[in-house]
Design a protein around this ligand. Structure first.
Ligand SMILES: *Cc1c(COP(=O)(O)O)cnc(C)c1O
Length: 584
């Protein structure tokens, strides 16, 4: 490691190695907080006197708090130790120090980012941090916008909310023209007309935009809308759909429920043998939606799937959507669920050869062309919970409220968020944590990009070492990022038997305090190609409808240390070796 920019200073260390100066920094945060109160309003008298502070009842209360706190801290010693490189279970690990410090400093001030009245500095920091994330993703930070959310689930909902609102404008105008003027657009064309054509049609037919309210499925009644548009266009209208890859996070099923689409509106994009969304299948689904008069609310691509960390061919999907726009003026919303993988964009503009392959580089580079992106600083940003973000490429894409042509006005200065966020009151702590991490460690290839590049290299090394020593470990291909999944089985075993032994191996890990791994199950229904290929890899028989896998997430920033990785890989290998013998 290049000692001039050693990122290990940005973490406390598994043995609290950096404790002395971390203690000093936390004391300095407290010092500022105390001083701020003391120096503000100098004419105000203290409210708690020395006499108060020494009274018996006061001392009893203090003792009670001390005991309560001791109980809490004692309880916490049994919490899962996610800081150690022995933890490779889920998408969480050692936190970055600037993130902890920023979070703590902001927490003490407790601003509410719902509006500037409740948060002056917090709101400004949020605008700054969104620009930093947008820049990392490849957007123009002057134009892109967004906000911090409670996590990736809410950020995905934020995108659905916006995409539905946008399309609802176009559908309202389609209904208006048909009912009032006998102008019958094709439903699919109308539903994807784009803002430019929307403006042109408003002008051409002199439609007062506020009148569209009476034609809206969202502002009015979706059932009435369906009846009226079916009648006006002579079709059977059955509502919009969402095209989401089969490898989707379950937040997408929740979204179809919450937004009232119904689960049948969820059209999965089949996956190819590498577990990524198959663009040829996507093209077919778009045609099918067109034939069946189903507006496409959005197409989703995933950057860093929750199960296996793979990145969808975002560039190819965007290519299909760009072509539809250029050829047929079909404007379809593209959302990137980069909750996990968004921070991998930090490696794009820098020197990390052989870390990302050509396909993944192209995919991540195309994020900047999408309409909206979900990114979770509380995953690969090494920031404490709860901190996700929704980012849109511009204000027009971000606006959600009313028919007042918000898409024409660029908001100046720092906006109040309450009307454009699904959540109401929002902490500024996540924004501060991410902000300080971006300012110090940095979201570029030399900062967090080096941390993530090393985690990918660590995963690759682990795969190679374990692959060479344990013949019964079969890794799921392609494993291109820092998540590895594998089956435990011998050559020629049936899938059923492999699943059984893999499950039992996981149970051994669960009982073993030294390591945390996770278990994941892929269904044949969603991952047919991938599972078939995996089972062929050990010449097995496909006699189960699922694949059970052990899963390791190599997020910990200390796995790059050869001494640490060698020791831990050896220990894991020894354990699995002896357990395997016992399980047979
Ligand atoms: C984690 C994750 C989510 C959900 O994010 P939360 O922060 O847990 O709400 C959504 N999509 C993907 C791909 C994820 O990895």
């Amino acid at each position: 490691m290049n000692s001039e920019s050693d990122y290990r200073a940005y973490f406390l260390g598994p043995k609290s190695e950096n404790q002395a100066w971390v203690r000093a920094e936390f004391q300095s945060i407290l010092g500022h907080w105390f001083r701020w109160r003391k120096e503000l309003f100098p004419s105000d008298a203290p409210a708690i006197s020395k006499k108060d502070r020494t009274s018996p009842s006061f001392l009893i209360a203090r003792e009670k708090m001390a005991q309560g706190l001791e109980e809490l801290t004692n309880l916490l010693t049994a919490e899962i130790p996610k800081f150690t490189p022995r933890y490779i279970g889920h998408m969480v690990s050692e936190l970055a120090l600037p993130a902890l410090m920023g979070h703590f400093a902001m927490l003490l001030h407790n601003p509410n980012n719902t509006s500037q009245e409740a948060s002056t500095i917090g709101s400004r920091i949020e605008v700054d941090v969104i620009a930093m994330l947008a820049k990392m993703l490849g957007f123009d930070p002057e134009i892109a916008t967004g906000h911090i959310t409670g996590g990736g689930t809410v950020a995905n909902f934020e995108a659905v909310w916006r995409a539905r609102f946008r399309q609802d404008h176009w559908l309202s105008l389609t209904l208006y023209l048909a009912e009032n003027l006998g102008v019958r657009l094709d439903l699919f064309d109308g539903a994807h007309m784009g803002w430019k054509r929307f403006s042109e049609l408003l002008d051409l037919y002199k439609v007062p935009i506020d009148d569209l309210r009476g034609y809206s499925a969202v502002a009015g009644n979706p059932h009435d809308f369906a009846e009226r548009i079916s009648k006006a266009l002579g079709i059977k209208y059955r509502g919009p759909i969402l095209l989401v890859p089969e490898n989707k996070h379950f937040s997408w099923s929740k979204a179809t429920n919450i937004f009232g689409f119904g689960e049948q509106a969820f059209w999965p994009i089949p996956l190819d043998a590498t577990g990524k969304s198959d663009v040829a299948e996507l093209q077919k689904l778009i045609e099918k939606a067109k034939d069946e008069h189903r507006p496409i609310s959005m197409v989703v691509s995933v950057a860093g799937t929750t199960e296996t960390g793979e990145i969808d061919p975002i560039d190819q999907t965007q290519g299909i959507l760009n072509a539809a726009l250029a050829r047929e003026r079909i404007d379809i919303w593209h959302h990137i669920d980069a909750a996990y993988g968004g921070f991998m964009c930090s490696m794009l503009r820098g020197n990390h050869p052989n870390v990302l392959n050509v396909g993944n580089k192209a995919a991540l580079s195309a994020i900047a062309q999408a309409h909206s992106v979900t990114i979770d600083p509380h995953k690969l940003g090494y920031v404490p919970y709860a901190c996700g973000a929704i980012i849109t490429r511009d204000d027009q894409t971000y606006s959600v409220s009313g028919f007042k042509a918000p898409y024409l006005e660029r908001q100046l200065g720092v906006p109040d968020r309450w009307s454009t966020t699904l959540e109401g009151s929002r902490s500024a702590a996540g924004a501060a944590a991410t902000w300080l991490t971006g300012k110090t460690l940095g979201f570029d290839s030399e900062g967090i990009g080096r941390v993530i590049a090393d985690t990918i290299l660590a995963a690759r090394k682990f795969k190679k070492d374990i692959g060479e020593t344990l013949p019964f470990v079969h890794f799921l291909a392609p494993s291109e990022t820092n998540i590895l999944c594998f089956s435990i089985c011998e050559h020629g075993w049936s899938l059923n038997k492999a699943n059984n032994i893999t499950q039992k191996m996981f149970e051994r890990f669960e009982k073993c305090p030294e390591f945390s791994l996770s278990l994941t199950t892929l269904s044949i229904e969603a991952h047919n190609n991938m599972i078939t290929q995996h089972v062929a890899g050990f010449s097995g028989q496909l006699d189960s409808d699922k694949l059970v896998l052990l899963r390791c997430v190599f997020m910990n920033p200390f796995w790059q240390d050869p001494d640490i990785s060698e020791k831990l890989t050896h220990e894991i290998s020894e354990k699995m070796s002896s357990w395997f013998k016992e399980l047979l």
